[in-house]
Structure formats: C-alpha cells, structure tokens
Design a binder for this molecule. Structure first.
Ligand code: COA
Length: 273
C-alpha cells in the first residue's frame, strides 16, 4: 500500500492513516483526495484492520483545502477536473468515511482549519491534542465555510459557537474543541498517540459486526422518522444475528442468562474478534 500523500501503518488491527504533506501543513490537494479514496478502498477489505485512525504528519493535522492546488490552480481554470475531484472529495468525507464499515478516529495533532473540519466530523470519534489549533479561517480570506464545512457546523456545533467562530475566524485549542463537543476529549500532545491507540485497540477488541451495526443504526436513525428508525433497527437486529451466526443472542445474551459473565462490566470473550 503506497500512496503519494499518505502513510499507512497497521498494527494490532488498527490502521493509522497519516496525511503526509507536512511541508504544506497537510492541506488537502487533489492527489490526497485520490489517495484517501484508494486507501479507504484497500483497507475496507483488509481483515487485519478493524479500526482506522486519521492524523497528520508533523505539527499540523490538516490546514484545510490546499488553497493553491485546489482553488487557485483548478477552480475556474479547469472546471471539469475541479468537478471530478470535488465530487470525490464530497464522496470521501460525506459517504465513504461517514458510512465506513469500520470505526474511525480523527487524531487531531495540530493545525485544523476550514476544510479539515469535515474530516474531523466524518470520523466517528475525535481526540485532539490540547495544543491543537482549530479555526474557520475562511472569513479571513473573504469566503464563508463552504462545501461540507457549513454542514459540519450544523451537525456538530452549538449554534452560537458555529456563528461565533465562522464570523470571527478566531482560533480555539483542543481543550475548547472538547468543551464544545467537536472532539470527544483532549489530551496533552505528548500523550495523544498512546491514548488514541489505546482507544482504537479497545474498540478493535469488540465484535466487528456489532461495531458496524452500531454505526449504521446511529447514522441512519439521524436521518429517519421514528417509525422508519424502529423498522430499520428491527431488521438490523436480525441481520446482525444472521451475520454472527447466532452470536449476540446465543453467546452474548445466552451466557448472561446462564450467569457466566456481566456485559455491563466487560465484553463477551467469544464475541471478541
Ligand atoms: N493551502 C495551501 N498551502 C498551504 C496551506 C493551505 N491551506 N496551509 C499552509 N500551506 C503552505 C504554505 O503556503 C507554506 O508553503 P511554502 O513553504 O511553499 O510557502 C507551507 O504550507 C507552510 O506554511 P506556513 O504558512 O509557512 O506555516 P506557518 O506555521 O507559518 O502557518 C498556517 C501555518 C496553517 C497558519 C498558515 O499556513 C495558514 O494560514 N494556512 C492557510 C489556512 C487556511 O486558511 N485553511 C483553510 C483552507 S479551506
């Protein structure tokens, strides 16, 4: 697995995808979009991978869209290529990542601007370095949070925070990002990697079919009426049963009923893959 703008390391069933453009603060250029889509496809079918981490090389997580390669060089000058890459960009974060069959974690190690916000949002979980710097810098170059950024704000930000940071372009750190709910929590940068890996390994130890169903049920329920959501999860229960060949009902519930373990306190051993 070799990509021009990405590094992929796999250990303990966790794949770490590192955006590898530190000289450009890991800004999203067209090649990165192509590499990300390819890597997600490659890892999707890799049985050695249960959880994905996305991070950036060097001192930046991602400085948003590559303002030169993406906008200056493409938009207006090569409309067909801009449209082709832009559709892939929308698909990568909006569908591929959001509905990825394996849990995903954004590990925000440093600068996180504009177009990087949807990358944090589309991951299921996000852990930031306390020292990371977030900012909706679009207003500073006379733009607004375009593309998927406004939708990210609508999905995850409190209304007052969305417009405060969108209108001012002020930066906030990882501690603040956790306080407003954009990331799960923040830790000192020195502990970011070890704490994120520990979380990833913990999740990688759960049943992969149940993990996928957890994501599907949550994400689809967000978009459904109450009646449709009840119907969807009822069908999903049976799908999980079918795929696990009895797993959660026979082993999970069955062994609890026999008094063999307490799921409130720990996972079932044979359901851990
Ligand atoms: N697009 C294209 N290039 C970018 C970039 C971006 N979003 N962010 C950083 N770079 C490039 C810089 O132009 C510079 O390239 P150069 O060495 O060829 O001149 C290189 O990355 C290093 O950045 P530099 O500005 O020297 O580092 P810094 O630590 O002083 O500042 C930032 C880092 C991120 C604060 C600053 O680069 C910046 O403001 N970038 C734009 C952020 C932004 O508005 N993103 C939203 C886009 S949607």
């Amino acid at each position: 697995m070799e990509y021009q703008t990405l590094l992929v390391d796999i250990s303990d069933k966790v794949a770490k995808l590192t955006i590898n453009r530190p000289h450009k603060k890991n800004a999203i250029n067209p090649q990165l979009v192509l590499d990300m889509v390819q890597a997600l496809d490659d890892l999707r079918y890799n049985d050695e991978v249960a959880v994905l981490i996305v991070t950036g090389a060097g001192d930046a997580f991602c400085a948003g869209m590559d303002l030169k390669e993406y906008f200056h060089d493409l938009k207006g000058k090569n409309p067909a290529e801009y449209d082709r890459i832009n559709r892939m960009l929308i698909d990568w974060r909006g569908r591929l990542m959001r509905h990825y069959p394996k849990p995903t974690i954004a590990m925000v190690n440093g600068y996180c601007f504009g177009g990087a916000f949807p990358l944090v949002e589309c991951c299921d979980l996000a852990i930031a370095a306390e020292e990371a710097e977030f900012g909706l810098s679009e207003i500073n170059f006379g733009m607004f949070p375009g593309g998927a950024v406004s939708k990210t704000l609508a999905n995850l930000f409190r209304p007052r925070d969305a417009l405060f940071y969108g209108l001012t372009g002020r930066r906030f750190n990882g501690i603040k990002a956790a306080e407003i709910g954009f990331v799960n929590y923040a830790v000192p940068r020195a502990r970011l990697e070890s704490e994120t890996m520990a979380l990833a390994r913990e999740i990688a130890g759960k049943d992969p079919i149940a993990l996928r169903a957890t994501k599907d049920a949550y994400r689809m329920s967000l978009e459904m009426s109450w009646e449709a959501a009840m119907s969807y999860t009822a069908a999903k229960e049976n799908e999980v049963l079918l795929l696990q060949k009895g797993g959660w009902l026979e082993d999970g519930v069955g062994d609890f009923v026999k008094g063999l373990y307490k799921p409130g306190l720990a996972g079932h051993e044979t359901l851990k893959k």
